[in-house]
Structures are given as structure tokens and as C-alpha cells.
Design a protein around this ligand. Structure first.
Ligand code: SF4
Length: 342
């Protein structure tokens, strides 16, 4: 892969292969925001700029991360996903257009999951960035070893609960949306972690009595993994983060981005997740919902689908609002009681 000559920043996972093929560095603004040591300050700044209290903290964090990144990265293109992600992203794009000086683009995931429509969206995106689908397919091929290593890490996570920490699985898979801006360096990091875990597996030196849990929902705005491990449980399935890693073999980009469940219906997403919950034999499910997010309503769909599928796995719904260093008292008490009942 050639060296990047500019930066494309975006609001959620998009066909990153197109960005790399066009010679840009991919940057997922969610990752920039949540990994920032002053993430709470970014939310506050957005509120001071006029964002309402009753708006999701991710949107505020993305906006302020864009403003900061425009000067430091700098950002050449901003891409928002509307169809398949967040209705807030549409107005966020308009707001960012007012900031001037950065080209912007709306990428829609076709909600009928039609191959023709998906192919056409990828073609349009490639043309916008000045590249071709053929070049992006070549990048897809080059990224396969990296995606396979992520799949291996994820596999180790559930086949040997406790070997891979929940937060390690989360961090690596969630970073697959932009490969931390550098796929070559990121691949080396993933391979190093996999090798380390395979060595530990041989020695048996890891806690092997933790209760295996699933984490469903958008990635958390705070770290809940360490607390779970303190209380005797470990997350062995990070649903959406795993989707970002796009495990599996696909004939082309169209098939890969149609199999990716996050932007499509809750029913499609959860039916895919239910297969993994069964395969991984999890003892409990944490459904994380973000305050002021339309996806909170999907909790009803998840619970209905779990009953219809005779899943018989306890579910706890945990709501997060702003970035925080530690879980609050209520979240801790509820999670602790949940783990005890498993
Ligand atoms: S958590 Fe929900 S409201 Fe917030 S950015 Fe994501 S999809 Fe939008």
C-alpha cells in the first residue's frame, strides 16, 4: 500500500478500501474522540457551541474532534453516513460544511441490501475520491491477512475465555474501522498480540474461570471491561466491533459491505448476532445503549427476537451517556448483581 497523501475523516465504518486506494489516510472520528484523554472536555465544548444536552455525546465528540483534527491532521475530506447509521450525521455534515475548506460526502448504505445499489454506491464513492473500484479491490485483497489476524484474535477470545481481555478484543476490532490510520503498523500490532496470546495459551497462564459474556450494541463510551473482569466475567463477543473487522471470505467489496450488519435493519443485525451467541455459548448478554440514540429502541427488538429464538440467555441493558473514567455506582451495582445471577 502506498503512502497516504491526505486524510479522509468519517463518522462510522465506510468502505475504507476505497479511501486507501485513493491515497488517503482513513480516520474514524469516533476513535479519535473516545481515545482522547480530554474526551469529556470535547463534549462540553460542543455544548458550549450550542449542541443541546439531549443530543448523543458521540455526535458532539465527533464534531469537536473534526474541528481539532482539521488543524492538526489536517482533514481533506469529511464523510458522513446517514442511511444505515445516524440521522444526526446529516445535520452534522451541514454544520461541518459551514466550517468551510473541507470537501464533504454523504455515504448511504442501501437499506434494501441490494447488490446493485451497494455496487453503485461504492463506484460513486470511488469516483468522488478520484480512484476506481478495481484499485479498491486490490486494497481489499492486500488487507485480507490483517482481517484474518483480527479474526484469529477474536477466535481465541471465545474459544479460551480469559485468554484475551475484553478490552483487548474491543480495542483491536473497533480500530478496524480505520486501522488506526496505518494498516501496515496496525497489522504488526495485531499480529504481535495474537502471537503473545498463543504463547500464553500454550503455558496455560491465564484466568480460565471467568464467565463468558456478550456485548451487543454500539461501542461503549467508557471502559466497562475491566470492571467485568474484576467481578469474574469476561466479554468474549463484541458484536459491532467484530462487524468492523469484517471476518469471513468475500468475493468482492459489494458482498463484504452487504454482509456487514451494522448499517442495516435491527432484525438482520440481531439474527447474525444470535448465531454467534449460540456458537460462543455465552452465559449473559450486556446490551449497551447510548443516551439520546434511536438505537435504544432496538432493545425491544433484541428482547423479542431472543424470546422467539428460545435463546434463554439473561440480558441486561446498560445505558451510557458521556465519557467517564469509571462506571457510576448504579452501573456497577447492576452489573455486579447480573454477574452473580449467572
Ligand atoms: S450512538 Fe446513536 S445517536 Fe449517537 S452517533 Fe451513534 S447512532 Fe448516532
Amino acid at each position: 500500500m502506498s503512502r497516504a497523501v491526505g486524510t479522509v475523516a468519517f463518522t462510522t465504518t465506510i468502505p475504507v478500501e476505497v479511501i486507501i486506494a485513493a491515497g488517503y489516510r482513513p480516520v474514524d472520528l469516533n476513535n479519535v474522540f473516545v481515545s482522547s484523554p480530554d474526551a469529556p472536555l470535547l463534549v462540553e465544548r460542543a455544548e458550549m457551541s450550542g449542541f443541546p444536552r439531549s443530543c448523543c455525546a458521540w455526535i458532539k465528540g465527533i464534531f469537536e474532534s473534526f474541528r481539532r483534527g482539521r488543524d492538526t491532521l489536517p482533514i481533506d475530506v469529511f464523510v458522513a453516513v446517514t442511511e444505515g447509521d445516524c440521522s444526526n450525521a446529516k445535520v452534522l455534515k451541514e454544520l461541518i460544511d459551514l466550517e468551510r475548506g473541507v470537501k464533504s460526502y454523504l455515504f448511504p448504505f442501501p437499506q434494501d441490501r441490494s447488490p446493485d445499489a451497494m455496487r453503485s454506491e461504492i463506484e460513486k464513492f470511488a469516483a468522488f475520491l478520484g480512484t476506481t473500484v478495481a484499485a479498491a479491490e486490490k486494497v481489499r485483497h492486500d488487507l485480507r491477512p490483517l482481517r484474518r489476524s483480527l479474526e484469529r484474535l477474536d477466535d481465541l477470545s471465545w474459544r479460551h475465555p480469559g485468554l484475551v481481555k475484553g478490552v483487548e478484543n474491543h480495542r483491536m476490532l473497533v480500530s478496524a474501522s480505520d486501522f488506526n490510520g496505518d494498516p501496515v503498523a496496525f497489522r504488526a500490532d495485531v499480529e504481535r498480540l495474537v502471537a503473545e496470546k498463543e504463547t500464553i495459551l500454550k503455558s496455560g497462564g491465564y484466568p480460565n474461570n471467568l464467565k463468558p459474556l456478550a456485548y451487543l450494541g454500539v461501542p461503549p463510551i467508557f471502559d466497562l471491561y475491566s470492571f467485568l473482569e474484576e467481578k469474574g466475567a469476561v466479554v468474549v463477543f463484541n458484536e459491532i466491533q467484530r462487524e468492523f473487522a469484517m471476518p469471513g471470505e468475500f468475493p468482492d467489496l459489494t458482498a463484504q459491505y452487504l454482509a456487514y450488519s451494522y448499517p442495516y435493519s435491527a432484525e438482520y443485525r440481531f439474527s447474525k448476532a444470535i448465531k454467534e451467541l449460540r456458537r460462543r455459548k455465552v452465559a449473559g448478554i450486556i446490551h449497551y445503549v447510548q443516551s439520546f440514540c434511536h438505537r435504544q429502541i432496538e432493545d425491544i427488538i433484541l428482547r423479542r427476537m431472543a424470546v422467539e429464538a428460545n435463546l434463554d440467555i439473561p440480558i441486561i441493558t446498560i445505558e451510557g451517556d458521556k465519557p467517564q473514567k469509571e462506571l457510576d455506582g448504579r452501573q456497577r451495582t447492576r452489573l455486579e448483581a447480573f454477574i452473580e445471577t449467572l
